[in-house]
Design a protein around this ligand. Structure first.
Ligand SMILES: [Cu+2]
Length: 163
């Protein structure tokens, strides 16, 4: 009797695990800030949430636009992007270089359910807000986009100019 109960409990737990690990409408959360894990990229690096020097609000809409679609920052600034999804479908903010975004967008088209969570992206459900804290420590013109299938191609992209 007890063994049966235990088996049943174990089976239930096993059944629930995939539900928790599921990566559907929200493909996981970006890892929390850990200074030892921060990697330099061509477009900057993950920012320390305790050292944010500026907050930039971005809106995402179902007409495949970011507002604003151009942001200017000074080199060294740690920017907190607060991205709000005003639409009815999932959108995401992904920072990168134009080349990387195009490559990533192509990959998303081939593997639409692909799970990914990186410090330079936020997946935002309709009506919700997400955050990306990023330090722009390199001068240049970088890009951001929504890489859900078809969105980037439809023009859901913008620029960050670092001076
Ligand atoms: Cu989108």
């Amino acid at each position: 009797m007890n063994i049966l109960k235990l088996t049943l409990a174990a089976a239930l737990v096993a059944l629930q695990v995939p539900a928790f690990a599921h990566v559907g409408d929200d493909h996981g959360h970006a890892p929390a800030y850990d200074a030892s894990q921060v990697k330099q990229t061509p477009f900057g690096r993950q920012g320390n949430p305790e050292r944010v020097t500026r907050t930039v609000e971005l809106d995402m809409t179902d007409d495949m636009r970011f507002t604003p679609d151009r942001v200017t920052v000074r080199r060294g600034e740690t920017v907190k992007f607060v991205v709000t999804n005003e639409g009815k479908v999932l959108h995401e903010l992904v920072l990168g270089t134009r080349e990387e975004l195009a490559k990533h967008s192509e990959m998303m088209r081939q593997h639409p359910g692909m799970a990914h969570a990186e410090p330079y992206m936020a997946h935002v459900n309709p009506g919700a807000s997400g955050e990306v804290v990023w330090q722009f420590n390199r001068v240049g013109e970088f890009d951001f986009g929504c890489l859900l299938p078809g969105h980037f191609e439809a023009g859901m992209a913008g620029k960050v100019v670092v001076q």
